[in-house]
Design a protein around this ligand. Sequence first.
Ligand SMILES: [Zn+2]
Length: 299
Amino acid sequence: MTDQRAAQFARCAVALGAELGDAPNGGAVAADPGKGPNPFADPAPTGADPFAPSMAGREGIFDMALSNGLAAIVAYEWPGEDMNRSGRVLPASALLQVIEDKLTASDGVVLIPDKHQVSEIPQGGTDSIFQTPRLSSATRIDLGTLRDGIDQSQAARHGRGAGGLQRRHIEALLDLDGHESLQTMGEHQSDRIRDTALQEDATSRVRASAYLERIGEEEAARRAECVDNPNAYHPKRNPDGHDLDTCPVCGYETFCVEGIAPIAGRVGHGQCLVCTYSRSPDMADEEGFAEHIAWIMGK
Ligand SMILES: [Zn+2]
């Protein structure tokens, strides 16, 4: 669970951090005095967002990164306190309260000391946003700024105004990465899940192509013609069903969607009823996330 959280945190934080780095120096409104132009000044995406509401725009990514990051930190520092009595993970605001209750804040900032002294922080690729050296052996949690970030993103996500996320919110979010529960595995773990998903997908495509070749074009066309969707949507009998999707390997509309990516919520996972190509939930997430980021950045 913690691994998954760290991976989600890293994935979202990398996306937001990359946008921070790419932000043009002119044009945007300098809404954050002393911090330069605000790269997040564009209005938040609203109802036109074709993606799942849980991922709507930068605010959705900020929320996801913050919720996962804080949950991993609290679970690591104070096991069990990341959940309520019925076992549900607390929302980000409540997790911040847990941290504030445990440690003394000074000017709205708490420092979580490292449990283990780390002599060298593992570093990612050359473009990694996590390469900023840590000056102390503690993780800085800027409660005030993060709470404000939650308010801003909630307002935007519920249609009460434009996205108010600013550079300082993202910087406060990236500060979390210094924590032991995230730094040691976050980026790494995210890469690992991604690599495995990509590898499995490539294997599945090769196998499907070989199968397609074996049965021949005519037979494939015949099968596509009489395919029956075993997971067809029906309001009563199968409310969780889906329409058949186009298969990326054989090109027929015979991809049986078993479900939608759990996180990025756009791309379906399942199997093609003609060529047998199968897309895993992790791969669906990977594709959905990439599409989502591309959509946000292209706005
Ligand atoms: Zn296919």
